[in-house]
Design a protein around this ligand. Structure first.
Ligand code: PSV
Ligand code: MN
Length: 393
């Protein structure tokens, strides 16, 4: 692949950062606070903009409605904050899991008044999407059961399907709705949208602008995520990703920190789909990570860099040779074509692309040299003390 083609691939590959990834988050046992963590939405926008300035690849930021749109701040104000930081508002994430009324679920709650409250919050989120020019409504529900027999699973399925249809009906034409699945946590017996099959059925029933969102941390161990991705692509039902890595459960570790080959295989299926069909579906590449120990901005820069490396590695697979090796049933040659690409050191190519786009060749070093972290740590400590805040404040 020529440098020109690699540059085109990198120009195309945009990664959305999550506002909540810049805030102090923790485990169910507690949080370790960082002075430089963003507390306010102004700070989250500034940090996301800083990462975009250094990487040139993160023009949008995902927002979580209850965490990022405090009462009294308008959508126009938040959009202006993003614009001042050189970015735009990306996916809008309604929050129908935090309020006490959702103890027994949100869109799956047996109480029609609670289902209506959740729909009404999602309606407000769609309005925010319209006002901020976002094209994505990203839905994740914490709905589920902790014990067998706790509720009628099919009654909940029907309430959910009806609600998602209603939500689809609220979307402006330019907006897509993503349905995220998760097999466990916070529910420990049956999550209402537990896997990609359920998400697919619900999205298809909701309407043509509903697609599936694959969060890489939301699978059981050993699930073949790239096969799910290939199937969703073939069905034209892949809406986007929430990228993160994990060792055990939904650990929210930085992408590729545990199993970079898995993300490579996912990207391989995407490039393969492009090779086979010539079509490049609109896929939202979003990060969903919260950083407990790593400095948040450094973790995001590391994430973007790793995602770009793995994306190029998958792009340089020799697909003509691969098709020939597959046709000859040459298993070893086929596998080696993937491994050759994966084992190629693409860092010099990435550095060359960055230089050609007037970006620092090493964004992490540029960040460390910039003094940004020290400056915001001092400012934020002065402004907020040791209080922390953010996603699970
Ligand atoms: C839930 O685990 C999730 O993956 C959803 O995408 C949420 O919106 C996000 O994490 C933040 O809690
Ligand atoms: Mn997610």
């Amino acid at each position: 692949m020529s440098m020109e083609q690699i540059s085109a691939v990198l120009d195309f590959f945009k990664i959305e950062l999550p506002s909540w990834g810049f805030a102090d988050t923790g485990t169910r046992f507690g949080k370790f606070l960082q002075d430089a963590a963003a507390v306010t939405v102004d700070e989250k926008m500034a940090d996301a903009g800083h990462v975009h300035k250094l990487t040139g690849s993160c023009p949008t930021v995902a927002v979580h409605v209850l965490w990022d749109f405090p009462s009294g701040r308008t959508a126009a104000e938040i959009s202006a904050l993003a614009a001042a930081a050189g970015i735009k508002i990306g996916s809008i994430n309604p929050n129908v899991f935090q309020d006490q009324q959702y103890r027994w679920g949100s869109l799956c709650n047996r109480d029609p008044a609670v289902r209506q409250a959740a729909i009404s919050h999602i309606k407000d989120s769609v309005k925010i999407g319209r006002e901020t020019g976002s094209g994505l409504l990203s839905l994740w529900l914490a709905d589920g059961l902790n014990y067998p027999g706790q509720a009628d699973i099919i009654a909940r399925k029907k309430w959910l399907a009806d609600a998602l249809k209603t939500v689809h009906g609220m979307l402006p034409p330019e907006m897509t709705m993503l349905v995220e699945y998760k097999p466990f946590e916070p529910a420990f017996y049956a999550t209402d949208i537990a896997d990609w099959g359920m998400a697919l059925l619900l999205a298809k029933a909701a309407g043509p602008r509903a697609k599936v969102l694959v969060d890489t941390g939301h699978h059981y161990q050993a699930t073949n995520i790239e096969q799910i991705v290939a199937w969703l692509l073939d069905e034209n039902m892949l809406g986007g990703f929430h990228f993160n890595d994990r060792k055990y459960a939904d650990d929210d570790l930085t992408i590729g920190s545990i199993d970079p080959y898995q993300i490579f295989r996912i990207f391989h299926e995407i490039h393969n789909h492009h090779f086979r069909t010539g079509s490049l579906p609109r896929i939202a590449y979003m990060v969903d990570q919260s950083h407990n120990l790593k400095p948040k901005i450094e973790a995001m820069i590391q994430t973007v860099d790793m995602a770009q490396q793995l994306y190029i590695k998958a792009a340089i697979v020799d697909r003509k040779k691969l098709a020939a090796a597959q046709a000859a049933e040459d298993v070893v040659a086929s596998e080696n074509l993937l491994r050759d690409a994966y084992l190629t050191d693409v860092r010099p190519l990435l550095a060359e692309w960055r230089k050609s786009r007037q970006l620092p060749a090493d964004p992490l070093a540029a960040h460390r040299d910039s003094g940004y972290e020290k400056r915001i740590a001092a400012q934020r400590r002065a402004a907020h003390g040791q209080k922390g805040g953010g996603a699970y404040a």
